[in-house]
Design a protein around this ligand. Structure first.
Ligand SMILES: [Zn+2]
Length: 192
């Protein structure tokens, strides 16, 4: 049982998995044949091997620039600024947005690091989008970020800055918003 216990312990550390779910997953895996286990194991072990961070938007992808930045069908005139990769993924999975993204990434106690601010500025200068949507999650931390972002964007001469409408639950984050909520927040976005 030792390796099974180790697996359960590893799974328990996954976000939103408690001991019960971890056990359920471990026993589910135990029922799979070797081929399937190797496939799942391979997906996990190679997860980071082929991924790079996009030098334009901060997304992770198998190539740089990422498939979103290079997609000719996407609207290059709108840039949606998100907190992290989970938020980008939530927008993408909902299928409601067709512009480009910028992933903020690094920050310290709610403020952008200089590196993140420079990265954003570089993206805006090269893309020159006519609209920038601030889609940072609605928390106190997010609000501090919001004012910092407005300063940066105004400094770069972005005329049309918008913010998601608050169909989003306060204290909640974009990554957990359902498709309908995200759609309402995006459609009802307001000019700042
Ligand atoms: Zn990209």
């Amino acid at each position: 049982m030792e390796s099974l216990d180790s697996l359960i312990n590893a799974l328990k550390k996954f976000p939103s998995l408690g001991p019960k779910s971890a056990r359920r997953i471990a026993f589910y895996l135990l029922k799979q044949d070797d081929k399937e286990l190797q496939r799942i194991g391979g997906l996990i072990s190679s997860l980071k091997k082929n991924l790079v961070t996009c030098s334009q938007c901060g997304n992770v992808s198998e190539k740089d620039p990422c498939r979103i930045c290079t997609d000719p069908l996407r609207d290059r005139d709108i840039l949606c600024v998100v907190d992290d990769l989970e938020s980008l993924s939530a927008f993408e999975q909902s299928g409601i947005y067709n512009g480009l993204y910028h992933v903020l990434g690094g920050r310290i106690s709610g403020e952008l690091t200089d590196e993140s601010a420079d990265f954003l500025a570089k993206h805006i200068r090269s893309l020159k989008p006519s609209e920038v949507i601030i889609a940072s999650s609605p928390r106190i931390e997010g609000d501090m970020m919001y004012y910092t972002l407005i300063d940066i964007l105004k400094g770069l001469g972005v005329k049309n800055i918008t913010r998601l409408a608050y169909g989003l639950p306060l204290g909640g984050s974009i990554e957990f918003a359902d498709r309908m909520t995200l759609h309402t927040a995006l459609e009802g976005r307001r000019k700042i």
